[in-house]
Ligand binder design. Structure first.
Ligand SMILES: Cc1cc2nc3c(=O)[nH]c(=O)nc-3n(C[C@H](O)[C@H](O)[C@H](O)COP(=O)(O)OP(=O)(O)OC[C@H]3O[C@@H](n4cnc5c(N)ncnc54)[C@H](O)[C@@H]3O)c2cc1C
Length: 389
């Protein structure tokens, strides 16, 4: 068993850390005060992503990406996770489902997305379809060689930074025909209803959209009719690893800040870390981080080494559940160590506290991850998680 990172992997982690520190961290305050990344800062960050060689981190070289392994990506993502306000999303990750497109779709959507010239957002969720996407009401009907799309989508992240939307709809209103469609912006009859505020401030918006008979050429279907879930399954695995990496990075940053503060802050004539009540919090944080990091790198390694896809799904769910809940516990403790300062908006730990909450909700809630983990135990036995193969 070799747990050592290669020299190249150490370089990638270092690259991610320096990019985060030098490019993203200076934008945190302005993004928080403005509610999102101001428009006049967006092009500058894009240029930096390209200049630092971080364009297309999640795709193969032939698709315009960097050709990184999952562990390589994880090492970068972990460092990006240290930043608040969702600024990690300035480093674009074109939707994985695009790689299943036709040669023309890859040319028109994936290649320019990897280069940062285009950006896509993903619209599955609706008012009555969250954890259960079979309840989706958005429908697509083919009439005279054109797709007609009608329905409403919620929580579409990065809509205002995107120039196309991947829409999950039911062909002919049939939940057995979930299918993906590429909708270019602007489109006739596509209405931006609103972009509500959320607990976190994020780099970009989370929009609500209405498709009022949006008409698309026949070749804007991505994959085949009924393949909607199949094409997004890979995306879910990747997104869950990203969430785990970001949660880990966020927890490490909070723990570092708490650890530093515990040394310099004096009360009752001694550093507060001398009080066991404080030092035990630091110890608990360190152990949680240690366990999560081991789990995350293991799952990334399993993906890179071709572990059975079903097992990878099971492990990615367990990882997403554990890491998102771990980050909540660690950051809560870090805030406690910082006392009143930790509760100030200008303190990164306060922002991390707000930011990290959504990781227990998006890309499958904690309860849905438990449903997946429990289902795997029932189907395949506890060994899926307790074994080592
Ligand atoms: C900031 C943000 C950004 C988002 N970005 C996107 C995006 O870009 N694109 C997109 O399509 N969606 C996006 N989402 C939507 C997100 O994926 C959903 O919010 C999530 O899947 C949960 O759905 P829901 O909010 O409708 O909750 P519900 O499904 O209504 O769940 C409500 C509660 O019931 C629980 N529950 C539901 N079913 C079960 C069950 N079987 N067993 C146990 N408990 C259950 C849930 O765990 C939760 O606690 C985003 C959400 C947020 C908050």
């Amino acid at each position: 068993m070799n747990f050592e990172l290669t020299a190249r992997q150490k370089e990638l982690a270092d690259l991610g850390r320096r990019f985060c520190d030098e490019v993203l961290l200076p934008l945190e305050q302005v993004a928080d005060e403005h509610g999102e990344l101001p428009m006049d800062r967006r092009d500058g960050v894009k240029d930096q992503v390209r200049a630092w060689g971080l364009a297309g981190i999640n795709h193969r070289k032939e698709h315009g990406g960097l050709g990184l392994s999952m562990l390589d990506q994880t090492l970068i993502e972990e460092q990006l996770g240290r930043v608040t306000n969702g600024l990690w999303s300035c480093v674009w990750r074109p939707p994985v489902s695009l790689k299943f497109g036709t040669a023309q779709q890859i040319k028109d959507y994936l290649l320019p997305s990897c280069a940062g010239h285009r950006r896509g957002c993903f619209a599955i969720t609706e008012a009555d379809a969250g954890s259960d996407p079979r309840q989706v009401k958005t429908r697509a009907v083919l009439k005279n060689g054109k797709w007609h799309l009608a329905g409403e989508k919620w929580f579409v992240t990065s809509y205002n930074a995107s120039d196309f939307i991947i829409v999950h709809a039911h062909v002919d209103d049939d939940p057995d025909k979930p299918t993906l469609f590429l909708v270019d912006k602007p489109a006739d009859n596509l209405v931006h209803l609103r972009s509500p505020k959320f607990m976190h401030n994020f780099a970009f918006d989370h929009a609500e959209l209405r498709f009022e008979d949006v008409i698309l050429p026949e070749d804007r279907m991505l994959g085949r009719i009924g393949q909607g879930f199949e094409l997004t399954k890979d995306w879910f695995v990747e997104a869950r690893l990203q969430i785990a990496s970001h949660a880990l990075g966020a927890a490490i940053r909070a723990a570092e800040l708490a650890n530093g503060y515990a040394t310099t802050r004096h009360q009752f004539n001694r550093p507060i870390r001398d009080f066991q009540g404080v030092e035990f919090m630091l110890a608990d944080m360190a152990v949680e981080i240690f366990a999560t990091k081991s789990m995350l790198y293991r799952v990334a390694w399993e993906i890179d080494n071709g572990l059975d896809r079903k097992l990878v799904h099971a492990h990615a769910s367990a990882l997403k559940l554990h890491s998102s809940e771990m980050a909540g516990r660690v950051i809560d403790k870090a805030l406690q160590v910082l006392g009143g300062r930790g509760y100030m908006r200008e303190n990164p730990v306060e922002r991390l506290y707000r930011d990290i909450r959504v990781d227990r909700i998006w890309e499958g809630t904690s309860e849905i991850q438990r449903v997946i983990v429990a289902g795997q135990i029932r189907k395949r036995g506890l060994g899926v998680f307790s074994g080592w193969s």
